[in-house]
Design a protein around this ligand. Structure first.
Ligand SMILES: [Zn+2]
Length: 66
């Protein structure tokens, strides 16, 4: 799921994507499974692996292009 950029206590959290993975079967956990806490693929509580990828949305301007 994509987490939009937000500000918490004055700290900017950039937009990022969170991948939750079932520790039992390795399938990606979607938002519904996240809420239920149970993997619909194997029926286990999926708690275990979490991957977070930061999306760099602002690309710094490159130097002089002469
Ligand atoms: Zn599973």
């Amino acid at each position: 799921m994509i987490i939009e950029a937000k500000e918490i206590n004055g700290i900017i959290i950039p937009k990022h994507e969170v991948h939750l993975e079932c520790a039992e079967c390795g399938m990606e956990v979607d938002a519904e499974e996240y809420k239920s806490g149970t993997c619909s693929d194997c029926g286990a509580a999926w708690n275990g692996k979490k991957h977070t990828a930061i999306h760099v949305t602002s690309v710094p301007a490159s130097g002089a292009t002469s």
